[in-house]
Design a protein around this ligand. Structure first.
Ligand code: RIB
Length: 295
């Protein structure tokens, strides 16, 4: 029997503002709509994993004001026994969504940045060698967590988002799978062109499986001499928030079942393609059955 995937990541309350354009310096911009959605790259990816059929445990911290996020995870079948309640506020995101469906996000870490070494030791004491652990870059003590997870013998997967310098200091050569977009790839590889990104990262981290998402140009997987490309879905974008999280969760759920990379990429692309036609991050993630009708 396979062990659940542990996703140690953020939970956020997303305040989403519909705008004609992103606010400029010094401008006061009335929005044309306002909604509150569940979010945080960690929570979004846990929900995507669960909707894609994976067994997943979510580790992290929320505040009292985020109890509804725990209820949501419970309802989705995500294990929450490793999710702690913090004295401070839950993390939140202030998200502008433009009429073109693009987003601009200001993130307040809140409880996500109160994750401490004791929390990490407690979670890892319940993990077993060979178990998959998924990480993003929205929680505190990520470097300690990575070191301890390697010591524990976990199979590490990193979605290197949002990119910042601390990611560059992680021992990425020890990760099984690295999921990045072009911006994150450029920051890590020192090159902007997708082929160069992959070539440089392959040289730096030869054992790590690389998955580069390219928006409208699809995605490329590279491991050793194996390269698999996937075209993007052709859809009308309403809100791209959470598309990367949907892609990551769907890819990893299928990957964890040892499905072919072609299959994993196809499912992840279909799911992300559906998510951008809907509003919100976690709220936009499709159920696995919806992909059957999508192509
Ligand atoms: O990836 C989308 C997510 O990024 C949003 O849900 C927001 O909370 C930010 O963390």
């Amino acid at each position: 029997m396979s062990l659940p995937i542990i996703n140690f990541g953020s939970c956020c309350i997303d305040h989403v503002y519909a705008v004609d354009h992103f606010v400029n310096p010094g401008e006061t911009l009335p929005c044309t709509g306002y909604e509150v959605h569940p979010g945080g790259k960690g929570l979004n990816q846990s929900i995507a994993l669960a909707r894609a059929g994976a067994e997943v445990l979510h580790a992290g911290r929320i505040g009292q004001d985020g109890q509804w996020l725990k209820t949501l995870l419970d309802d989705e079948g995500v294990g929450t026994e490793l999710l702690l309640i913090d004295d401070g506020p839950t993390g939140h995101a202030n998200i502008q969504v433009s009429s073109a469906g693009e987003n601009a996000i200001v993130l307040f870490g809140g409880a996500n940045r109160n994750i401490n070494r004791e929390d990490i030791d407690r979670v890892l004491s319940q993990a077993a060698p060979g178990q998959l652990m998924l990480l993003q870059n929205e929680i505190s003590e990520l470097d300690y967590l990575v070191d301890k997870a390697i010591e524990t013998g976990l199979r590490l997967v990193l979605n290197a988002a949002p990119m910042s310098d601390n990611i560059k200091r992680l021992p990425l050569e020890q990760f099984e799978l690295l999921i990045i977009n072009e911006i994150e790839g450029e920051a890590l590889a020192g090159a902007a062109e997708p082929r160069e990104i992959l070539r440089n990262l392959r040289a730096k981290f030869p054992a790590t499986r690389l998955l580069l998402t390219l928006g409208e140009a699809g995605a490329v997987y590279q491991h050793g001499d194996t390269q698999v490309t996937q075209e993007a879905a052709s859809v009308e974008v309403k809100d791209s928030t959470g598309a990367g999280d949907t892609f990551t969760g769907y890819f990893l759920a299928n990957y964890s079942r040892d499905d072919s990379i072609e299959h994993c990429l196809r499912k992840a692309t279909l799911a992300a393609g559906i998510s951008v036609t809907r509003k919100g991050a976690a709220s936009s993630i499709p159920e696995a059955g919806e992909l059957d009708n999508a192509g």
